[in-house]
Write a protein that binds this ligand. Structure first.
Ligand code: BV8
Length: 243
């Protein structure tokens, strides 16, 4: 596909991009929501009702993400290569709370659902790097209060981060890539529709299998992210003589 070299690219990623790095997705048969219920661990109500249980859920995921064998895969690396070698702007919006895009080298990055390695104090609003276990009794490094530190992630019923900036980028992009997401959680699942309504961007789905929003995309490449993402990125860069 020929794209103007100055074209703006917006990428949305979901759990599928990290699957081959060894992190579970949410809705696959072995996914996270097959083991625990959203209502028990990923809502503000769950945290108010059972803070220890919710902290334990995220502590286990934080421990898993720290494991040495969890590394960026070829899809993360290809998206970072696209950002560094594409002449125009490349914005990566991820639904994922892992740090694999950063570790692969992506910099122009929005974690719309927050970050597993960060904690937020509900008392003073401060946000802190947090790679260890977070307990109900953990004191806030800024204000010292205990009992109000939570994972800095967006739960169901909470507003994702940087939505105004994302909306402006979707409206003005020339290419929208959706990578490794089932298209089942809003507002992220509605991004392709926002691009289509703006009438400008070419929309491409790169996913293991057709997503719920499949029919909204102009173009589809189905297969493992570690294969279809590098292939697509390299075709883009070859098209502008950067490869
Ligand atoms: C909000 C962080 C409003 C925490 C997450 C109807 C319409 C619109 C909205 C709603 C609605 N009904 C309910 C809602 C609200 C709700 C929602 O969408 N619910 C769904 C279930 C219907 N949305 C919200 O609550 C959002 N907030 O609407 O706020 C508001 C307004 C004003 C003021 C205040 C509030 C907040 C949603 C964010 C929730 N947090 N995560 C954590 O991680 O623990 S969501 C969670 O699921 C993930 O972050 C991810 O974003 C999301 C989607 O999952 P995916 O990433 O797509 O993963 P999934 O497993 O589903 O799919 C994986 C895909 O990869 C599959 O397609 C698979 O085939 C593919 N794959 C697998 N292996 C590979 C692969 N692809 C390539 N290669 C492979 N190897």
């Amino acid at each position: 596909m020929k794209l103007n070299p100055e074209g703006k690219i917006v990428i949305l990623t979901g759990a599928g991009v990290s699957r081959e790095s060894g992190l579970n997705t949410f809705r696959d048969a072995d996914g996270i929501w097959a083991q625990v219920r959203i209502e028990d661990v990923a809502t503000p109500e769950a945290f108010a009702r059972d803070p220890e249980g919710v902290q334990a859920f995220y502590n286990a995921r934080r421990q898993g993400l720290r494991a040495a064998e969890i590394q960026p895969n070829a899809a993360h690396l290809a998206l970072a290569e696209l950002e560094s070698d594409w002449p125009g702007e490349v914005l990566l919006v991820t639904q994922n709370i892992d740090d694999l895009h950063e570790r692969a080298g992506s910099r122009n990055l929005i974690h719309m659902h927050g970050e597993l390695f960060k904690a937020r104090c509900e008392d003073c609003g401060s946000i802190h790097e947090w790679r260890g276990d977070l307990e109900v009794t953990s004191p806030c490094p800024a204000c010292g209060d205990s009992g109000n530190l939570r994972p800095h992630v967006v739960w169901f019923g909470e507003m994702p981060f940087e939505m105004d900036r994302i909306a402006a980028e979707l409206e003005s992009c020339d290419l929208f890539l959706s990578v490794g997401t089932s298209g089942s959680v809003y507002p992220a699942a509605g991004f392709v529709q926002e691009v289509r309504m703006a009438g400008r961007g070419h929309t491409v789905e790169l996913n293991l299998e057709p997503s719920e929003g499949r029919d909204l995309f102009h173009e589809h490449h189905h297969g493992p992210a570690s294969e279809v993402v590098p292939d697509y990125v390299h075709s883009l860069l070859e098209g502008v003589g950067r490869r």
